[in-house]
Structure formats: C-alpha cells, structure tokens
Design a protein around this ligand. Structure first.
Ligand SMILES: [Zn+2]
Length: 398
C-alpha cells in the first residue's frame, strides 16, 4: 500500500480528549479519529489483527500485561469502564461485581434475648452504629427490591459494614428494581427501620455471613425503633443464603487470602471472542515510546515503512518504487510513503506509525549502492547493500 492511498493523517499534538498515552498515539498516528472511530489505516490494522486472531497463540505473541480467568481476559487501563478485582499474589481475577473474597466471621457469641430500643433519627447504618455505640459489623443492613417478572417483594440482609452486589443478587432471584414505598409498607416493613422479622409475602435473601453473625442490631419494622440481638434461625430465616457481597480493595483473596486490588480495565476476550479494537488500544498502551508506537512485529499492519528522500542528481523515487515491488514480491508487507515531503516529516511519521522497520532510499546511499535500514526500537540505523536488503529485512522480522 502507498501512504496516499490510505489517506493517512498524522498529527503533531495529542488530542485534548486523550485520557491515555496509547489512545493519544493512535489518534496522532492516524489509526483512529479523536472520536475513537478507526480510519482506513485503523480498519486495515483491525482487519490484520482479526486475521491473526485465528492463531491459537494470538494474544500471547502481543506481549500485553493482561489479567483474567477462564471466561474473560482484561487489560488494566485508567480509562477502562470495567472494574476488576485482582489478586497480585495468585492472579485470581473477576469482574468486581462477581468477585469473591474470603469473609471472616466475628467470634461466635451466645444468643441474647431480643430487645426493642428507641433509636430516633437513625435512618442509616452510620447513625445507628453511632447512636447505640456498636460497630457497624454488629448491625444488619436491609435492602428491599421487587422482582420484575412477578412483582415479588425481595428482602435482603447483609452485614452493616458490607456492600451488596446487585449483580450477585440478580443471579439468585432474577431481575429486580427498588421496591416502592407502597410495596415496602405492604410487606409490613418500615423504611429506614426495616428488618426481616415477621414480614408478609417476602422472599428473604441473606448473605452467607449472616447465619454466622449473632446478636445483630436490625430494624424493628416500626419507625424510630430497632431490635438489639436479632439472630438468624431464631428470629427469622431465609429462602436463599448465598454470597451477596461486593468486594473492595484490600479484602482478602478467596484463594490465597492476600489483599485484592481493584483495577479499571477493558475486556479483550470474552468466552474466546476477541474485542479487536480494545486489543489495538492495549497494544498502543503497552508498546510505545516518546516518539510514537512501537508495535510488535506480528501486530503491525505493515512490516516495513519505505520512504525516499528526493535527490538532486538521481531519481530516488524510481529506485524506491523498484524496491517497493521487490520487497512485496519477497512476501514482506510494505507501506510506501510516496509523498513529496521533507525527510524530517517522514521520519517523524514513521516513528508515530510504529511499524517494525523503516527503509530509507536516499541519494547519498544509492551512490554507494546502499539503502538505510532502521528497526523502530533501535537507536541507530545501518546502511545495507541494495541486493542484501530483502535478506536483512527478513532477518530482523524473525
Ligand atoms: Zn490470591
């Protein structure tokens, strides 16, 4: 392909909406518009990657620092829309909403008698814990939903110091929406003072830590009052007992107990289906230097960036055309920069685009039968005899 056929537009400056260096270079090198739409060059690259993705070792040859599990592989990136829980020790990884952590029950206590106490203005767990002088982990947090398909009222109990994962809840009960004030009242619960004790027509769902937690403070289903010493099994029971908790940074890994990290990420593979545009972003994020992209050989849309410097005495362009054909006939993919631009502009663009090798045809070298070869990741270029350039290029691409 020739540079002008692909209509490549490089940019000197980073787009002001760039949230990461990788995205910035993809826009500057003309693979993407600043609206994140692939250009002709971008489409050619995605097409190349899509072809390559049929190879079993596709992802491993791209040298990307990924995290993942059997279902999904992620690339951590600050602009990523997905949160992933990851254990740096054993590599346990899952989407945050489904991640599991090791829960440690509080020391077992004897069950104390239920006691109704006045708790004015204690609508939140914080206010309640402060008012009664108990730690949040000794309270029960109530959350009330209605199941979408049959309007069944669902009452959820988790420990007061923890957060519910609605995604996990949905796995057990189906799709849900927040319960309305009428639905809460209809079940016999009191908003802000709700508990699972003596409800009507409610499916009760509790986190698996609740049956191991004695003497929790919970609502009395009467505005202004809570119960002290509620106990699962004695005071209420549940239809469903499951892990419902959303993990947070620092929680203990379910496998090894090490603290979990929470990473923003993009998904590269879901059940063996590749997200090729996300893979391109991950490549740019991982493989660049201060001048532009440094794509791994297999990922680059072209192996060689061929350019010529206009000569005073010799027709360097004709020689470059000849080399362009010879390289292609030898099975090497080439982008020929056929523009009438200054050498400096072309050198900069070659660095931005990030193909593995740049070959430059210039008058000075040609006089001695040489062309210049520069691997993108090396500092120095070297002069190579014209009749050896194909062999030399191939040896670099191995
Ligand atoms: Zn672990």
């Amino acid at each position: 392909m020739k540079y002008r056929d692909l209509n490549i537009q490089t940019q000197r400056d980073a787009p002001n909406n760039a949230r990461t260096e990788g995205f910035s270079f993809l826009v500057r090198a003309g693979y993407l518009t600043r609206e994140n739409v692939p250009t002709q060059l971008g489409e050619a690259t995605l097409h190349h990657l899509r072809d390559l993705s049929s190879e079993p070792a596709f992802l491993s040859q791209l040298s990307l620092p990924t995290v993942g599990n059997d279902e999904e592989i992620f690339f951590p990136i600050t602009s990523g829309p997905i949160n992933v829980a990851h254990c740096p020790n054993c590599n346990y990884t899952d989407r945050l909403e489904f991640a599991r952590c090791a829960k440690i029950p509080l020391p077992k206590e004897d069950e104390l008698p239920l006691e109704k106490v006045l708790t004015p203005d204690c609508h939140t767990i914080e206010a309640l814990a402060n008012f009664l002088g108990v730690p949040k982990e000794k309270t029960a947090k109530a959350l009330m939903y209605t199941r979408v398909y049959d309007n069944q009222f669902i009452f959820v109990v988790i420990r007061g110091d923890m957060q519910l994962s609605e995604a996990k809840l949905k796995q057990h009960v189906g799709d849900i929406r927040p319960a309305t004030a009428e639905e809460i009242e209809g079940s016999g619960a009191a908003a802000g003072y709700a508990s699972p004790i003596r409800l009507k027509d409610a499916i009760i769902v509790v986190d698996d830590l609740i049956p191991m937690s004695q003497n929790l403070v919970a609502g009395a289903n009467e505005t202004g009052y809570h119960f002290k010493n509620t106990n699962y099994g004695r005071d209420y029971s549940a239809e469903i007992v499951q892990d419902l908790i959303q993990a947070k940074a620092g929680d203990a890994c379910i496998n090894c107990g090490n603290p979990l990290s929470i990473l923003p990420a993009i998904s590269l593979v879901t059940r063996k289906i590749y997200d090729i545009q996300n893979i391109l972003l991950a490549l740019a994020e991982t493989h660049h230097d201060s001048k532009g992209l440094t794509l791994p050989h297999s990922a680059a849309p072209f192996e060689v960036y061929l350019m010529q410097i206009p000569g005073k005495e010799m027709d360097t362009r004709a020689k470059a055309e000849e080399l362009y054909n010879n390289l292609q006939n030898a099975g090497i993919s080439v982008l020929f920069d056929d523009r009438e631009e200054r050498a400096g502009v072309k050198f900069n663009d070659a660095d931005l685009l990030g193909f593995p090798i740049r070959v430059t045809v210039g008058e000075k070298g040609l006089k001695e039968g040489m062309v210049e070869l520069k691997p993108r990741k090396e500092k120095e270029n070297q002069l190579v005899p014209l009749d050896k350039i194909i062999e030399k290029t191939k040896s670099f691409l191995k």
